[in-house]
Every structure is written in structure tokens, then in C-alpha cells.
Design a protein around this ligand. Structure first.
Ligand code: ADP
Length: 510
């Protein structure tokens, strides 16, 4: 099969979060299975160019229709660790992708609308006709809209779209200017509730909603989050749309790259180890302490790795620092704050705890340190408010670092409580789960984990090994995506959805 992925990230060249890992990991696994995969991404000035091989001009003069004229665009080609990527570089005063960061500008909706248009135009003029176009998140939600409203009539009638939603919180709310920019034009047509009109803002077009309505298949990144998206408020106002399109909506758990995340071969960690011999793990713990100036004492290291964002449960992360210190454990945090208030709070904590020999807060993005923490820590916490899938608990399991998680989204599908899980026998359980979003709930799980480490070390080791034996590689997810691709390949493009009642009763969360 010939698959083209269109996305705003592809790790490790472009990575702001889990999306980049997924685009890369899935592409590589599909390739290993003999499928032809290409990835189209923007050419950001802030990409890791050292992670791209043989970058060269692929198409110099692409004229992308934009408002009444065109934008002269060049497309480069290069290999990101074996995955072929095409990089879209517009030459316009808008400077869409030369902003020093991937996201965070007021005109993000325009930047990625242009990217979506340019990606389709590139496929059109180069005669690339993939069986399946796989789009990700709101940034590429307009691809299926333009494919089935415009490009279908220009010779791309056989392409089908799989649309993966990694985070419902960011939906790409835009004005009618995106219609005029892309030449979709027909305002009355697209401003209807059964197409792109936002369910709660009558003056806004919702790009993610467009992706859901027009794609042949829609999925989010874990089965439990798919359920939550339909029946709770975590889809941020799109529950009604998902209900209408329920027949083409599913949840497919993400995988992690088992070559990148492998304690037996990881080049970023000083001591390698495996499920059969965990001795290297305690040596890594020692190395981690030396690296972060922590004292060497007989206590476990509790870690947090991830964005410091409301989504990730920053209040509970903060609470876990002091709770761990009180319970005779050390704490290591690696994360980038996503807002000024959170940054102020954690920088304050960092200064406050600066001389504490049991704690280190690292407020930066550091891939290599992340590997050492996964290898050297004993427990990893993921106390998210909501979590579409979550990669850190899966990486933790791979490195024998016991996850303590809140039971939401993909965390429910991957971590099974040692003491209370009802669905797995004791020898298949791999961590600790709590449900309420408050400190006592977190404490109830973290206390059990730290207690097991101190008082039943053999049991703790058993739990570590049980986690390491889980297979959260891309093997199974790739099979599930291939089944979806096969199914939609033989399907007609979806007709526009039937008219729906104008105002759903849920309250928007935006
Ligand atoms: P998100 O919601 O941010 O996508 P995920 O759990 O799905 O969260 O993925 C997070 C990925 O980013 C993991 O691979 C994690 O190791 C990595 N990561 C997050 N923050 C940092 C950081 N500060 N330094 C290094 N890696 C990080």
C-alpha cells in the first residue's frame, strides 16, 4: 500500500510532544512491513537539521493557490532516520515557518491551512496518488475537506483519508478567511453545522470538526479515550459531532519505538540491562544521582517527565514532589512549563529546593537526560487530568520504572493496578492506578509504590519485570491502522453529513 502522512511534526527532526513520535514510529513500522510511506511536514527554521539526511530540493517551483494568487513554494526531500520526508517551504512575506518555534502564534490556523493546501497541491502536481492519506490533529483537518471538495475533481478521486486526533483540546478555531485563502469560498455551504461550523461558536469554523466530517475514518489514540471523547467532556464540544460520525470513529493505542526506547542498547544510558538482568538499572540510578547532584542513599527515585501543563495535572505533580520527599524517596522532574503562571510556580520551587539533596527539577527539554531518567528512576508518575494516550508510562514500563498513573484515557489501557485491577491476573499487573483528581488519591497509589520498594524489594522487582514484559511497540497498532487503511481503500468518499440539530446541549470547555 502507498501511504502519505501529512502532519505538523515528525520526530526526532520536529518534536514538540507525542505527535512527532507517533508519526515517525508508525511510518517506520509500516515501512518494515513492506508498505511505501512518505511524510509531508512544514520546513521549520527550528527543525533539528542534524537529524535529517541527504536534504535536497525535490520540487523547486510549486505555485500554491492562495486567495486570488499563488504562493511560490519549494519542497525539499530528506530522510529522518530512514523515513522519507518532504518539507514544505513557502517563500512569502508571511514567513509561515520561520518563527523559531513550531506552534504558538496567533495566525497558527493560517500557517497550517497553508501547509494543508500546499501538501495537497504537491501531491497533485507530482502525480503522487497514495491509497491512503493519513492526517493528524487540527493542523491537517482541512486536508480531507479540500480533498473531497476540490482535489477530487482534479484527479484525486481515489484517495482516502484516515484522520487521527491526538488531542481534542486544540481544535483550530478559524474565521471565514480560511475559506477565501484556500478557495473553498462558499461560505454558506461550509458555515453549516453539518460541515465546519463550530458547535458552540456560531461565528467560527472548526478545522478539527471538518477533519472528522470529511475523513473516511477517524480515530483517537487509545480505546478508552475514544469512549471518553464520546461520552464525557474531554472532546471539548465535539462529542455531538463524534456521535453523528460514530460508525467511522475508533480508538487505536499508540506504540513506542522499541529501537529508540530499549534499555539493552540505548546509547544515552551508561549501563545496559534487560528483563533477565536488572543489575544495570541500579547502576543507572547511581549515574542519575551523580548527574543531578543527588545524594546516594537507600531510597527510590520518583520521576516526572513531560510538559508542565494543566492537562498533565501540574497540581498533583507539585504535590508529588513534597509527598515523595516526606515518604523517604527522591524526586526528579524534567519538563517544560507551557504558560507563564506554571513557569513562575516551578521556577520558584526549583530555587526553593535548590539545595535539597533529594530533589532535582530540570525545567527544559532534554532528550538525552530523559533517557537517563527513565533508566535510573524507580517510579514514574503520570497524574494527568486527561490523557489521550500518554507515552511516558509506556516508556517507563519498557525501562522497568513502575508507573503510578491516574486512571484516564490511554493510561487505563496500559497500566493495571498491582493490588486492585479486576481485569488482569496478578502476574500481568504492572503499576499503580488512582482515579480521583486530588492529593489523597495520588498519595494512596504513590504510598503503595514507595512502600513496596522499601519493604518488599523482591515484590517490587517482580512488578518491574512484569511491566517490562508488556509489548507496547508499534507492532499491534500498525496492524490495526493497516486494517483501517484496507477498509477505507475500498470505500466511497463520505457524503457530507446529514443536517443535525443546531445547538447541542453540552457546555463548551474552551
Ligand atoms: P504529550 O501530551 O506531550 O504528547 P506524551 O506522553 O504523549 O505527552 O509524549 C511525551 C513525549 O515527550 C515522551 O516521549 C517524553 O519522553 C517526551 N518529553 C516530554 N517532555 C520532555 C522533556 N522536557 N525533555 C525530554 N523529553 C520530553
Amino acid at each position: 500500500m502507498y501511504i502519505v502522512q501529512i502532519a505538523s511534526e515528525c520526530a526526532p527532526a520536529i518534536k514538540a510532544g507525542g505527535l512527532g513520535d507517533v508519526v515517525y514510529g508508525l511510518s517506520k513500522e509500516l515501512q518494515l512491513r513492506g508498505h511505501a510511506v512518505e511524510v509531508i511536514v512544514p520546513m521549520y527554521d527550528c527543525m533539528r537539521y542534524d537529524q535529517i539526511w541527504n536534504l535536497h530540493m525535490a520540487y523547486e517551483h510549486l505555485h500554491v493557490p492562495w486567495y486570488g494568487g499563488t504562493i511560490h513554494t519549494s519542497v525539499y526531500c530528506g530522510w529522518v532516520h530512514g523515513v522519507q520526508c518532504f518539507f514544505i517551504q513557502p517563500h512569502s512575506h508571511d514567513n509561515f515557518f520561520n518563527r523559531g518555534c513550531v506552534y504558538g502564534h496567533n495566525d497558527d490556523y493560517m500557517r497550517f491551512t497553508f501547509f494543508s493546501k500546499a501538501a495537497l497541491e504537491f501531491l497533485l502536481v507530482t502525480n503522487k496518488r497514495p491509497d491512503v492519506i493519513h492526517c493528524h490533529d487540527w493542523q491537517t483537518g482541512l486536508v480531507p475537506v479540500m480533498l473531497f471538495e476540490q482535489y477530487k475533481w482534479l484527479g484525486m478521486g481515489n484517495q482516502r483519508v484516515c484522520y487521527t486526533i491526538h488531542n481534542f483540546k486544540h481544535q483550530g478555531l478559524a474565521g471565514k478567511d480560511i475559506l477565501w485563502a484556500t478557495r473553498l469560498n462558499n461560505e454558506a455551504y461550509f458555515f453549516s453545522y453539518d460541515r465546519l461550523r463550530d458547535n458552540f461558536n456560531p461565528f467560527g469554523l472548526n478545522i478539527m470538526k471538518g477533519g472528522i466530517v470529511y475523513s473516511n475514518h477517524v480515530n483517537t489514540v487509545s480505546p478508552h479515550h475514544a469512549w471518553e471523547a464520546r461520552f464525557t467532556d474531554v472532546s471539548y464540544g465535539l462529542g455531538h459531532t463524534l456521535h453523528i460520525h460514530q460508525n467511522k470513529f475508533s480508538g487505536i493505542l499508540n506504540g513506542i519505538d522499541y529501537q529508540v526506547w530499549n534499555p539493552e542498547t540505548d546509547p544515552h544510558i551508561p549501563f545496559h540491562y534487560s528483563v533477565d538482568d536488572l543489575s544495570g538499572k541500579s547502576k543507572n540510578r547511581k549515574a542519575l544521582r551523580e548527574r543531578l547532584w543527588l545524594r546516594h542513599e537507600n531510597k527510590p527515585i520518583v520521576a516526572y517527565i513531560g510538559r508542565l501543563d494543566q492537562q498533565k495535572g501540574v497540581d498533583l505533580v507539585h504535590h508529588a514532589i513534597y509527598y515523595s520527599l516526606r515518604r523517604n524517596a527522591q524526586f526528579v522532574l524534567l519538563g517544560v512549563p507551557t504558560g507563564q503562571a506554571i513557569a513562575n510556580r516551578f521556577w520558584h520551587e526549583k530555587h526553593h529546593l535548590n539545595n535539597n539533596p533529594d530533589c532535582h527539577l530540570e525545567l527544559s527539554f532534554n532528550e538525552e537526560l530523559a533517557h537517563l531518567i527513565y533508566a535510573g528512576a524507580d517510579i514514574i508518575i503520570v497524574p494527568s487530568n486527561f490523557e489521550p494516550c500518554g507515552l511516558t508510562q509506556m516508556i517507563g514500563l519498557r525501562y522497568g520504572t513502575v508507573p503510578v498513573v491516574r486512571g484516564v484515557g490511554g493510561l487505563v489501557d496500559t497500566v493495571f493496578d498491582k493490588d486492585y485491577d479486576q481485569t488482569h491476573p496478578p502476574e500481568k499487573r504492572n503499576g499503580y492506578v488512582f482515579y480521583h483528581n486530588d492529593p489523597p488519591a495520588l498519595e494512596s497509589a504513590l504510598e503503595r509504590a514507595i512502600g513496596l520498594w522499601h519493604y518488599y524489594p523482591e515484590e517490587f522487582r517482580k512488578l518491574q519485570k512484569q511491566g517490562m514484559r508488556y509489548d507496547y511497540s508499534w507492532r499491534r497498532p500498525a496492524e490495526q491502522y493497516l486494517a483501517v487503511y484496507e477498509k477505507i481503500r475500498h470505500k466511497e468518499p463520505p457524503p457530507p453529513a446529514p443536517p443535525t440539530p443546531p445547538s447541542p446541549t453540552q457546555t463548551p470547555q474552551k
